[in-house]
Ligand binder design. Structure first.
Ligand SMILES: Cc1cc2nc3c(=O)[nH]c(=O)nc-3n(C[C@H](O)[C@H](O)[C@H](O)COP(=O)(O)OP(=O)(O)OC[C@H]3O[C@@H](n4cnc5c(N)ncnc54)[C@H](O)[C@@H]3O)c2cc1C
Length: 407
């Protein structure tokens, strides 16, 4: 391959009308910009370095229109089609480019919420806050006794003239320690006939007096998750999203952002890891390569991954055909298939890698879930069977809403 010309100006958007040229430009840009060895350097890097790297990557993506390619132009996006986004994702995986993990709520959950339900002033202020200032958002939904049963949340918001006074606690809030703002659900009507009916949706300034963030030490050694304590926090009424007590319905828009292209990217990264593992094993002939049982498991996982990739392709075709409604019945099936395969496959590597694989070393961050750090990959695999709705809950949803089985 010819060396990348780092001095030239790249402009993928200038080629948006020609998909092949667009792909070529994205590929050339990635070849020039992705720093060699960034992935290995991420293991055990001090937090400041991780944050600076993520910010740098977000800014670079933004310069060529690839930070918010799926957003409308009015809000700093590029209005790229799904097909363009798939190309970008494929090229990112091919180049081994980092994911802007720190910005996931800012890039997906925030717009999914504000496009549909935000006021013009909220969209102007907060969407541009992401595109122009790289503001970081977190999500404050779960509570110690309200995870799967989210509607039981007890954080209370009481209206006093033009402010709401909020008291309560949130948990499992990813990256809250670095966030500027939070998408917050709180109860505004304790007497509502249904628990879902008394919830409102707020924009919380994480620097407001009374907000305390405490990190949770995870088994991986990281502290990405946080608890958020809210002690008489004042939220201006203008930060209410949608109508008072309509928060449950609005939260469905936020949660829908967790579907779609995120698993496409992760499955392609897993596919890429398979290709690398096969190539390496052909040369090194490790013990698992000679073991019938392990080799059979490896091939079975490969087959499962191909089935998953076909399901994702079908979902993308459905999403493209139903661009207005975004309707597809496949996301819950894909989420279950992906998360269970990830658990099986990372467990395989822990066994196939012997004692060496079971030694602790710091995680490699930003490159997917099959990073080659066997112990960390295994521990992290559990996150996908819980996040975005635990698999038991999703399976109930599939039974009732997709298959129409009785409750
Ligand atoms: C990687 C990751 C990132 C996250 N990020 C955020 C975030 O940014 N913000 C945020 O607010 N939250 C976040 N969460 C929290 C997540 O939404 C909750 O963990 C999830 O909703 C499950 O709730 P819980 O942990 O309270 O478990 P529980 O609801 O207590 O469930 C425990 C177990 O019981 C099972 N169970 C519960 N109810 C039923 C039922 N009715 N039928 C059958 N089985 C049931 C569950 O499936 C699970 O196995 C994150 C979680 C993960 C793993």
């Amino acid at each position: 391959m010819a060396p990348a010309d780092k001095s030239r100006r790249f402009s993928p958007m200038a080629h948006r009308d020609d998909l092949d040229a667009f792909r070529a430009e994205v590929r050339a840009w990635l070849q020039a910009i992705v720093p060699e060895g960034w992935f290995a350097r991420s293991a055990g890097a001090p937090e400041g370095e991780y944050l600076a790297f993520q910010r740098w990557w977000f800014d670079e993506l933004q310069k060529v229109g690839l930070a918010t390619p799926h957003w409308p132009k009015d809000w700093g996006g590029e209005e790229l089609t799904l097909r363009h986004q798939v190309i970008v994702s494929e090229e990112m995986v091919r180049a081994g480019a980092p994911n802007p993990d720190l910005f996931v709520i800012s890039l997906y959950h925030l717009p999914a919420t504000l496009f549909a339900h935000g006021s013009p002033a909220q969209r102007e202020r907060y969407l541009k806050g992401v595109t122009e200032r790289g503001e970081i958002w977190c999500q404050g939904f779960s509570e110690p006794n309200a995870g799967s049963d989210l509607a039981s949340l007890r954080t209370r918001a009481e209206r006093r003239d033009d402010i709401f006074v909020v008291n309560g606690q949130k948990v499992w809030s990813s990256f809250a320690a670095h966030a500027d703002y939070c998408l917050l659900l709180a109860r505004t009507d304790v007497n509502a006939p249904k628990k879902q009916a008394g919830i409102s949706y707020f924009i919380l300034d994480m620097k407001a007096p009374g907000v305390t963030v405490r990190r949770i030490k995870q088994m991986t050694g990281q502290s990405e998750f946080c608890e958020i304590f809210l002690d008489n926090v004042e939220i201006p009424a203008e930060n209410l999203i949608g109508a008072e007590n309509a928060g449950w319905m609005i939260a469905q828009s936020t949660l829908s952002a967790e579907r779609g292209l995120i698993i496409f990217d992760l499955a392609e990264r897993m596919h890429d890891a398979f290709q690398r593992e096969i190539a390496a094993a052909r040369v090194a002939r490790p013990a698992w390569w000679e073991d019938d049982e392990l080799r059979r498991a490896f091939v079975a996982h490969y087959g499962d991954l191909q089935a998953l990739r076909l399901m994702i392709q079908r979902m993308l075709r459905e999403l493209e055909a139903n661009a207005e409604t975004g309707a597809s019945s496949l996301p819950p099936l894909i989420k279950v298939q992906w998360s269970e395969l990830l658990r099986r496959h990372t467990d395989f590597w822990l066994k196939a890698g012997g004692l060496e694989a079971q030694k602790y070393s710091p995680p490699l961050t930003g490159g997917g879930h099959v990073t080659g750090n066997r112990l960390q990959d295994f521990m992290w695999s559990y996150s996908w069977t819980i996040a975005g709705g635990a698999n038991e809950i999703i399976k109930t949803l599939i039974a009732e809403r997709v298959l129409g089985l009785p409750r």
